[in-house]
Design a protein around this ligand. Structure first.
Ligand code: SIN
Length: 292
């Protein structure tokens, strides 16, 4: 008989008990995968009342990433929607803001040598207080391609063995913006430096109280206080682990779709498979708190 223990990826998870949930009254919420993501219907984000706002916040907490179709917002309305969730983050390396410092332009076309967010990450996790969430409104999309992958860091944490959870608890890792942002934009001068921060590898979500993994392939460079080869091996394992398809969904954009993801418990990766075609949108990013 084999003594090899199977990974828990498809096993029981400490997810919300859906049968216990109160029904939504203002919005329709349809989950798109077991681990992460829901499409929200019946709402225009340019005009929401308090009860609808509360239900959107609850849907985000229950699904980590929520998606809206056929939205019509001016940049001012987009910013105002973001502000309902908190103060807005100004990106430390933004090269284009469409005239609004709260907006990060997400754009790639035939002249691009890169696209935003092509590696798995949680937005600007190098900041001491990384963003709570990001709200991306896509105005132009290619006929096919340009999808975005999202992965639940709750599901990734839940699937770790108890021995690995025990090992990771209390460890802190460095998230460094310098190697990500330096020289990123052709023809745009670098800032003297970019943010760098230390965060717990396992963090507690401040609203749901659930535990999730908080390291990502883009920003996390090393674990503090252990030898480099051990740090490389553990981070390598975690980067591969969190990217397992069982923890993911893949969002297929339409013109005027909005994706709102929670950076505290989700990672994402944009797929640049549409060159030389154009993809264009605006992102508003809500400030977060110190990970604990
Ligand atoms: C990002 O905000 O990381 C970009 C996501 C995307 O373009 O889908």
């Amino acid at each position: 008989m084999s003594d090899v223990v199977k990974p828990k990826r498809g096993g029981p998870r400490s997810t919300v008990d859906w049968s216990e949930s109160q029904p939504y009254k203002r919005i329709m919420v349809e989950k798109v995968s077991p681990a992460i993501g829901a499409v929200i219907d019946g709402v225009q984000l340019s005009d929401i009342d308090e009860e609808t706002f509360n239900e959107i916040r609850r849907a985000l907490n229950e699904n980590c990433a929520i998606f809206f179709r056929d939205q019509h917002m001016t940049p001012e309305q987009h910013i105002a929607f973001g502000r309902r969730f908190g103060d807005l983050d100004v990106h430390p390396a933004a090269a284009n803001s469409a005239g609004f410092e709260e907006i990060l332009v997400i754009s790639a076309d035939e002249n691009s040598n890169r696209a935003n967010g092509e590696a798995w990450h949680s937005d600007v996790s190098c900041e001491p207080q990384p963003p709570m969430g990001s709200i991306l409104y896509m105005k132009e999309i290619p006929p096919v391609g340009g999808d975005t992958l999202f992965a639940s860091m709750y599901a990734a944490y839940d699937a770790l063995s108890d021995r690995m959870k025990e090992y990771l608890h209390g460890l802190v890792a460095v998230h460094d913006g310098n190697h990500v942002y330096k020289g990123l934009y052709q023809g745009v001068a670098d800032k003297p430096s970019y943010p760098m921060a230390k965060h717990p590898i396992v963090r507690t979500h401040p609203e749901t109280g659930r535990l999730c993994i908080f390291v990502n392939r883009s920003f996390t460079t090393h674990i503090v206080g252990i030898p480099k080869d051990e740090s490389d091996a553990i981070l390598g394992y975690l980067f591969d682990h969190v990217e397992h398809p069982n923890f993911q969904t893949r969002f297929v954009w339409e013109e005027n779709s909005v994706a709102f993801w929670d950076n505290r418990c989700a990672q994402h990766r944009a797929i640049w498979d549409y060159w030389p075609l154009r993809r264009y949108g605006h992102r508003v990013t809500v400030k977060g708190d110190t990970p604990v």
